[in-house]
Design a protein around this ligand. Structure first.
Ligand SMILES: Cc1cc2nc3c(=O)[nH]c(=O)nc-3n(C[C@H](O)[C@H](O)[C@H](O)COP(=O)(O)OP(=O)(O)OC[C@H]3O[C@@H](n4cnc5c(N)ncnc54)[C@H](O)[C@@H]3O)c2cc1C
Ligand SMILES: *[C@@H]1O[C@H](CO)[C@@H](O)[C@H](O)[C@H]1NC(C)=O
Ligand SMILES: *[C@@H]1O[C@H](CO)[C@@H](O)[C@H](O)[C@H]1NC(C)=O
Ligand SMILES: *[C@@H]1O[C@H](CO)[C@@H](O)[C@H](O)[C@H]1NC(C)=O
Ligand SMILES: *[C@@H]1O[C@H](CO)[C@@H](O)[C@H](O)[C@H]1NC(C)=O
Ligand SMILES: *[C@@H]1O[C@H](CO)[C@@H](O)[C@H](O)[C@H]1NC(C)=O
Length: 540
C-alpha cells in the first residue's frame, strides 16, 4: 500500500490515468478492484469492512460503490417536515437495538449521537396503546417499559415471561453469526441450520408460539401488534424467527438526524472507497477471463475483479449476462404505504371509542380481534383497525404558518393509501383533498403531507432454505438475508460476511503465490455450467 502511494506520482500520465479509472489491462499494480451495486446498509457495510479487512491483510484494493439514487442509505432515509432543512424524520428504517453490534459499534466509532425520544407534554397520555378496531386492549407508559411485568402478568399470565425467554434464546443463537467458527458463512441456509434456527424459520409465528405454549391472548394482542408494526404482517404468515426479532426491542435507538449517516460515514471511512451517486448499473457482464464489466445507464463501462450486488435483484432492473450459476428467486415484497403529516390536532378520542376528555396514546399499534376470522393467505390483512400503526413522532413549530404554531408530526403505516376522509375521522376535524395533495395553505388543519409506497421487506413466509450469497465466482449477493431477517443490521452483517469471504480468498491466493493464482481464477472463471449462457433479466 505504502509503496504504491509513493510511486504513484512517478508514473507516466497515461498509466496513472488508467490506474485511477481502474481500467482493465492496467498491470501497473495488482490492486484488487471491487464494484458494489447499492449504497444501502448492505453495500455500505460491505465497502467499509472490505476496506478494513484488505488494509489489515495489506492487499491494495479499490472499491467503487454505485448508487442509483441521489442519496446514501437506501431504505434507511429521512424526509424533512415542511421541507425545512433543520427538521428530519425517518422515512424508512427507523430503529435499531442494543444487540445490533455493527450499527451500535459504528455509531460509537463515528461519534454519532442517538436521538432522545419525544418528551410528551401531557400527563396521562399513554406512550403506547394496542387498538383492535373496537377498543384498546392494552396500554403502557414509558416508566413500565415493554416488560411492565406486573401489568402484563395480570392480563397474560406467564406468556410474557415465556416469550421473553424464547426471544433471548433466538437472539443468542443469532449472535453466533458474528463470530468464528460460524463467521464468515458461505451458505445462509447452512448457517441458519447450524445455529439451530431452521426449525423456527420453518414455522409461522402462530405455530411456533403455540408449540411453545405461549397463550393465544398474548400472541394476538401483543406479539401480533409488534409483527404488524415491524413487518406489516399478521402472525399466520410471518416465520418464527422474524416474529421473535419483533420482540427484541431492548435498547431501541436511532441516530439524531437520520440512521443513514451511519452508512454515509462507513463509505467515507476509507480513501480506498469511491462512492458514485446517481449512478445506475444496467448490466453485469462476466468476461471469459473471469473479470466483470459493469455498464452504466449512460453507456459507460468499467471492469472489476469482484462484484457485490447489494440490492434485491428484482428491484435492480439489471441484466446479468451470462446468467449466473445461481439466479435468486423473485420473492414477494410487501407494499407498505408510509404516510407522514403535520397538524396541530391530536387524535380524536371518539375515533377510538373513548370519552371526549380521554387522552389517546401517542403511539398506536393494532391487532385483529381474536374472534375476527381473517384470511391467513392475506399477509397484510389490515382487519378492523384499517391500518397497522399511527404514531406521533415529534412536536415541532410549523415554519410556514402565519403565526408560529406548535404541531405534531405523525407517521402512519397502512396497507392502503391514507385518504382525507381517513384523517378527518382520526383527527376529528375536517381535512380536505387539497391538504392531502399538499396544495392547501400552511395554516390548514393538515399543514404538511408526505406519502411513500415502499417495497419495504419481503413477506416473511416460513422457509427452510435461503438464497445463495455467492451467485457465481466473483459475483456476490446480499439480499437473500432479507427472507431470514430484514433489518439494517442483518443486511449490514451480510455485507460484512461477504467482505470477509472475499478478503479470505485473496489471502489464500497470496499464500498460493500470485502467478499460480491467476491461472486458478481463469480456470474457475471458465467453469460456466452448460445451459447457463443466456442472460438473466431482472424485472419488477
Ligand atoms: C418503512 C420501513 C421501515 C423499516 N423499519 C426498519 C427498522 O425500524 N429497523 C430496521 O433495522 N430495518 C427496518 N426496515 C428494513 C430496512 O430498511 C432494510 O432491511 C435495509 O435498510 C435494507 O438495506 P439494503 O442495503 O439491503 O437494501 P436497500 O436499502 O434497499 O439498498 C439498496 C440500494 O441499491 C440501490 N440500487 C438498486 N439497484 C441499483 C442499480 N441497478 N444501480 C445502482 N444502484 C442500485 C438502491 O437505490 C438502494 O439505495 C424498514 C424498511 C422500511 C421500508
Ligand atoms: C479480461 O478480459 C477483458 C476483456 O474481456 C480485458 O479487458 C481485461 O483486461 C482482462 N483482464 C485480465 C486481468 O486479464
Ligand atoms: C444527483 O442528482 C440530483 C438530482 O437529479 C442532483 O440534485 C444531485 O446534485 C446529484 N448528485 C450527484 C452527486 O451527482
Ligand atoms: C463491537 O465493539 C466491541 C467493543 O469494542 C467488540 O468487542 C466487538 O467485537 C465489536 N463487534 C462488532 C460486531 O464489531
Ligand atoms: C385467499 O383464499 C381465498 C379462499 O381460498 C381466496 O378467495 C382469496 O382470493 C385468497 N386471497 C389471496 C390474497 O390470495
Ligand atoms: C380545521 O378544523 C376546524 C375544527 O378544529 C374547522 O372548524 C375548520 O373548518 C378546519 N379548517 C379547514 C380549512 O377545513
Amino acid at each position: 500500500m505504502m509503496v504504491r502511494i509513493l510511486t504513484l506520482p512517478l508514473l507516466a500520465p497515461v498509466a496513472a490515468a488508467a490506474l485511477s479509472s481502474g481500467n482493465a489491462g492496467d498491470k501497473v499494480t495488482d490492486q484488487k478492484r471491487i464494484g458494489i451495486i447499492g449504497a444501502g446498509a448492505a453495500g455500505s457495510s460491505a465497502a467499509y469492512h472490505l476496506a478494513q479487512y484488505a488494509r489489515d491483510a495489506d492487499i491494495p484494493t479499490q472499491i467503487d460503490v454505485y448508487e442509483r439514487s441521489a442519496h446514501v442509505g437506501g431504505r434507511s432515509t429521512t424526509i424533512n417536515p415542511w421541507d425545512h432543512p433543520h427538521y428530519s424524520v425517518e422515512l424508512g428504517a427507523s430503529i435499531f437495538v442494543e444487540v445490533n453490534h455493527i450499527l451500535v459499534n459504528a455509531s460509537r466509532d463515528f461519534g454519532l449521537r442517538t436521538a432522545t425520544r419525544m418528551v410528551h407534554d401531557d400527563k396521562g397520555m399513554a406512550d403506547l396503546g394496542i387498538w383492535n378496531g373496537k377498543e384498546f386492549v392494552y396500554t403502557m407508559t414509558d416508566e413500565g417499559g415493554w416488560w411492565d411485568m406486573a401489568k402484563l402478568f395480570w392480563r397474560y399470565g406467564y406468556a410474557p415471561v415465556k416469550t421473553n425467554s424464547l426471544m433471548k434464546d433466538t437472539v443468542g443463537k443469532f449472535l453466533n453469526f458474528y463470530e468464528k467458527p460460524l463467521f464468515p458463512f458461505k451458505s445462509l441456509s447452512k448457517a441458519v441450520q447450524d445455529v439451530g434456527l431452521i426449525e423456527v424459520t420453518g414455522l409461522t409465528g402462530e405455530q411456533f408460539l403455540k408449540n411453545k405454549g405461549v397463550g393465544d391472548l398474548f400472541a394476538n394482542e401483543i406479539i401480533q401488534a409488534s409483527t404488524r408494526v415491524n413487518y406489516a404482517s399478521n402472525l399466520g404468515s410471518i416465520h418464527g424467527v422474524e416474529t421473535m426479532v419483533c420482540m427484541a426491542a431492548n435498547g431501541a435507538m436511532q441516530i439524531d438526524g437520520g440512521n443513514w449517516q451511519i452508512f454515509d460515514r462507513m463509505l467515507s471511512s476509507s480513501s480506498s472507497i469511491a462512492t458514485h451517486l446517481n449512478a445506475t448499473i444496467t448490466h453485469i457482464s462476466k468476461q471469459t477471463n473471469g473479470t466483470y464489466v459493469l455498464t452504466f445507464s449512460n453507456g459507460g463501462t468499467k471492469t472489476f475483479d469482484q462484484i457485490i450486488l447489494a440490492s434485491p435483484l428484482q428491484f435492480s432492473h439489471l441484466v446479468i449476462d451470462p446468467a449466473p450459476a445461481h439466479v435468486p428467486d423473485q420473492i414477494p415484497y410487501i407494499k407498505l404505504h408510509v404516510t407522514h403529516f403535520a397538524t396541530p390536532h391530536k387524535l380524536s378520542p371518539s375515533a377510538f371509542n373513548l370519552p371526549p376528555d380521554a387522552q389517546v396514546p401517542q403511539a398506536i399499534l393494532t391487532t385483529i380481534p381474536a374472534e375476527e376470522p381473517y384470511p391467513h393467505n392475506d399477509t397484510t390483512y389490515n382487519g378492523s383497525p384499517g391500518f397497522f400503526s399511527i404514531s406521533i413522532l415529534k412536536s415541532l413549530i410549523n415554519p410556514l404558518s402565519a403565526v408560529p404554531r406548535q404541531e405534531y408530526v405523525y407517521k402512519i403505516f397502512s396497507d392502503e393509501p391514507v385518504s382525507a376522509a381517513f384523517l378527518s375521522n382520526y383527527l376529528g376535524v375536517p381535512v380536505t383533498d387539497a391538504e392531502i395533495e399538499g396544495t392547501a395553505d400552511p395554516d390548514a388543519n393538515v399543514s404538511w403531507f408526505h406519502h411513500k409506497l415502499f417495497h419495504s421487506y419481503p413477506h416473511e413466509f416460513p422457509r427452510v432454505t435461503f438464497e445463495e450469497l455467492k451467485l457465481d465466482d466473483g459475483l456476490w449477493y446480499t439480499s437473500g438475508m432479507e427472507s431470514f431477517i430484514s433489518t439494517m443490521e442483518t443486511n449490514a452483517l451480510m455485507g460484512r460476511n461477504i467482505a470477509r469471504l472475499v478478503v479470505d480468498r485473496w489471502l489464500e491466493e497470496k499464500l498460493e503465490g500470485a502467478e499460480d493464482v491467476f491461472e486458478g481464477w481463469r480456470y474457475e472463471g471458465l467453469q460456466q455450467p452448460a445451459g447457463q449462457q443466456q442472460p438473466f433479466h431482472a424485472k419488477l
